[in-house]
Design a protein around this ligand. Sequence first.
Ligand SMILES: [Zn+2]
Length: 318
Amino acid sequence: MRKHEVNYPTHDLELAAVVHALKIWRHYLLGNVCNIFTDHKSLKYIFTQPELNMRQRRWLELIKDYNLNVQYHPRKANVVADALSRKSHCLNVQPLIEDGFDLMHPAVLHSIQISCSLESKIIEGQKTDKGIFHIKEKIKQKPSQHFKVDEQGVLWFDDRLVVPKDRELRNKLMDEAHLSKLSIHTGSSKMYQELRPRYWWTKMKKEVTAYVARCDTCCRVKAIHMKPASLLQPLSIPSWKWDDISMDFISGLPTTQKGHDSIWVIVDRLTKTAHFLPVKTTYRPPQYAQKYIAEIMRLYGIPKTIVSDRGPQFMAHF
Ligand SMILES: [Zn+2]
């Protein structure tokens, strides 16, 4: 059934079914006399009704081409159609119907477990959720601007269904929005926009974002939004030892007795001679400079260039 068809009155729905059948089996029915059995009495009189709405008139236009014979068939006598009409609500019926539905009594169908849609699962889940119980208690005492409980006892946040704190249920909801055949791995913000009008839970946006971040497929195909790196700029080849040096830090080490917790590595770029100086992460640039003068400059003089990943503020002190 299409969305707008939900709003049709019952007799129009019955007629819509007939029209649908006529369209589908047009090639069999045109030019032949066909009998239509319906459990809806008023359909029998549709051709003699004086006043018709636009929709009915349009359909009658179509029906006119066929040679129809509408007959009323009371509900009780129409076991087969009754079984078939229940199919849409109850997916489990399928194998039974194939097994021979003519043996089946409608009563059998009622006892078959009806597979719930997600929405009814949410409503079911609301009944046992502590948080929702808490909200309901609160609004009993003081009416809330957003939360409302309807006649069926279902909690709503504005017109959004409140989803209980059930990991499996929420994941299923997000799966549907993210992985179903109709949605091709939507991004987190778009997915949130889709879920937002219908559902509500606390930290919903955050959870949707986290969900998308966890999606394996999304991670693999994600485009990298980074400027491509420019060409490498190789350093010039040094010509004299200790003219060009590079330095780096090894940090995050356990503290020594003297309170040092990182190693300052100074390497001559030509000879690859390295000096390892114990330092503290709390050192300020002047202290590094002092240390440098005492340990390195004492031996090798002033360098011409220094390569480091530290900021210019640090280098300025040399
Ligand atoms: Zn994905």
